[in-house]
Design a protein. Structure first.
Ligand code: FAD
Ligand code: NAG
Ligand code: NAG
Ligand code: NAG
Length: 502
């Protein structure tokens, strides 16, 4: 094994020549997909003095695959979004892991009233069409996703069901569900934050490929060459330092070597030639002003302010007995009367201006290879509060919703264990995935994302602090494939720099 490993390193060295001399010191901040992509690419090309600093006690960042029940469930990234021009798909396509997902298109009403399946599906398809009318949104720059979806959903429903008052009424009352679903796609707290017209691009092919119980973490193992087997794994484990939060980044544009000094929460300092910075836009919003010395440019601060970032919450639920037969999941919508009645039923529970937290639960899904586990989704402005609820309150509230919506059809039992995400509360994330607001620069050319990606350079115009991470991708922002591409992008800048100068 040893010889195989050193042989591959040697080959990597020969192919890039420079590894023998002038090996620069490179610090990657963050061990999420962007950081792991950057570090693995550098190691593959023979760079040796690479260190990855990670604030959490684990690698993966917003990929968080947790062993729960019989398989891994993802409390962060869950699906590989697409097959064409998708680096995640390309990296794993030979391993036969990814599977098509079947998501439920079945609606349930808070009154317990059964909703016709064909009708449910029609509404679902209208929602998808309205929301993904994306590319051809000939809309003004100031229009938000909320404005756009509300208007078009309303119009489409009137056209389709205008002749049938009852159907129309029922269809229109799914607006609130639609909003929660859109918030799930956008990762925002309000659907009046994201811009209707944006630069995001869908990859071709299936947009919801799942990891068949192995978890999205598998992509990190593939990058590190630990999957499918460890024979050729990269020497990365010893280069990753966990539980060490970066506090300050001091950079000096006049230095040609050792231009950056990074200080950490445990008191250590690293003085290096290059830094690749990958923490989320949420971290930057909170800390950019105090973290960088000298301060970032005004234009960078401006885009950090303008790029949107909110949160969603997932709760994995384990049940003593599977009660949902072969259903794929459930989608809930509430009548206004039932929304009020929750306040009576759960008087102790937190509410937002008369809306109980439990009404923020809008969908529940099954998860692969995990017969006794469901995943509950919460979106909206109340997520920061819901993240803080105790397990007991969460379990009781979710059980209440299940009974309210489904007890006529199913014999529901109470979850005996849960595990939930806390993306907003966690200072190393402060949210889920970025989106373009109406304040962002968009379109071809210089966008908010490309401004964020611009490196801090020295007097010779060589990069000393580079920026990677999902929010620095011009059109695949908010995704793992986007994050990985940015990690490769910044590693390739250094590879280019040092092969020229070798
Ligand atoms: C709930 C949820 C669902 C999602 N679903 C999908 C999906 O289905 N498909 C998809 O493609 N994408 C999905 N995403 C988005 C995807 O997870 C992210 O786009 C991607 O993980 C971003 O990677 P990154 O490397 O840019 O950032 P991160 O994954 O956030 O990695 C950055 C790392 O930096 C660390 N860090 C932060 N501050 C510091 C500091 N001061 N010092 C040291 N380290 C620090 C963090 O701990 C983290 O590990 C989802 C995300 C969430 C949260
Ligand atoms: C890596 O670079 C740092 C900073 O230049 C230096 O102090 C250290 O000795 C280098 N490590 C190795 C193994 O070369
Ligand atoms: C949730 O999962 C994480 C990661 O595996 C684990 O550390 C934590 O203990 C789990 N929490 C609960 C309540 O099971
Ligand atoms: C919904 O659309 C109908 C028909 O186009 C229109 O009359 C009505 O005013 C719209 N309602 C809202 C709230 O926009």
């Amino acid at each position: 094994m040893k010889t195989i490993f050193s042989l591959s390193t040697l080959l990597a060295c020969i192919s890039t020549v420079f590894c023998l001399r002038n090996d620069p010191s490179i610090l990657v901040i963050g061990a999420g997909p962007a950081g792991i992509a950057a570090a693995t690419r550098l190691l593959e090309r023979g760079f040796k003095n690479v260190t990855v600093l990670e604030a959490e006690s684990r690698i993966g960042g917003r990929i968080l695959s947790v062993k729960f029940g019989d398989a891994f469930v993802d409390l962060g990234a869950q699906w590989c979004h697409g097959e064409e021009d998708n680096v995640v798909y390309d990296l794993v396509k030979d391993f036969n892991i990814l599977r098509h997902s079947t998501l439920s298109k079945k609606f349930y009403h808070s009154s317990g009233k059964v909703i016709d399946e064909g009708f449910s599906e029609e509404i679902f398809n209208i929602m998808d069409e309205v929301y993904t009318a994306d590319g051809n949104r000939h809309v003004p720059d100031y229009l938000t996703v909320g404005d756009y979806c509300k208007q078009n959903f309303n119009e489409t429903l009137h056209q389709k069901y205008g002749h049938d008052r009852e159907k129309l009424g029922l269809a229109l009352s799914t607006m609130d569900y639609f909003q929660h679903k859109v918030l799930g796609f956008e990762g925002s707290f309000s659907w009046y934050e994201p811009a209707a017209k944006n630069d995001y691009r869908d990859c071709g092919g299936d947009l919801q490929l799942n990891w068949n119980g192995l978890g999205y973490k598998t992509i990190l193992e593939v990058l590190m060459r630990k999957y499918p087997n460890k024979i050729r794994q990269l020497p990365i484990d010893t280069k990753i330092i966990l539980n060490n939060e970066v506090r300050k980044i001091r950079w000096n544009e006049n230095l040609l070597k050792n231009a950056v000094t990074v200080s950490c929460s445990d008191g250590t300092e690293y003085t290096v030639d290059h830094v690749i910075f990958t923490p989320s836009i949420g971290v930057l919003k909170e800390r950019a002003y105090t973290m960088f010395e000298p301060r970032l440019s005004d234009i960078k601060h401006q885009v950090i302010g303008n790029i949107g970032f909110g949160s969603v919450m997932k709760v994995a639920l384990h049940f003593p007995k599977r009660w949902w037969g072969d259903e794929n999941g459930f989608n809930f919508f509430w009548s206004s009367e039932d929304k009020w009645s929750v306040l009576r039923d759960l008087p102790e529970d937190p509410n937002w201006i008369g809306t109980s937290w439990v009404t923020y639960l809008y969908a529940i899904e099954t998860t692969e290879k995990n017969p006794k586990v469901l995943i509950a989704w919460f979106t909206g402005n109340f997520v920061p509060v819901i993240e803080q609820l105790s397990d007991r309150v969460l379990i009781n509230g979710i059980y209440y919703v299940l009974k309210k919506f489904l007890s006529q059809e199913y014999e529901i039992n109470k979850p005996d264990r849960i595990n939930r995400s806390q993306w907003y509360s966690n200072p190393h994330f402060r949210g889920v995935y970025s989106f373009q607001t109406v304040k962002c620069k968009r379109g071809n050319g210089v966008t908010s994302e490309t401004i964020l990606a611009t490196p801090l350079t020295n007097v010779e115009n060589r990069p000393i602090v580079q920026f990677a991470g999902e929010a620095t991708h011009p059109y695949y922002f908010s995704t793992v494939h986007g994050a990985i591409e940015t990690g490769f992008r910044e590693a390739d800048v250094l590879i280019g720099l040092y092969s020229k100068n070798a």
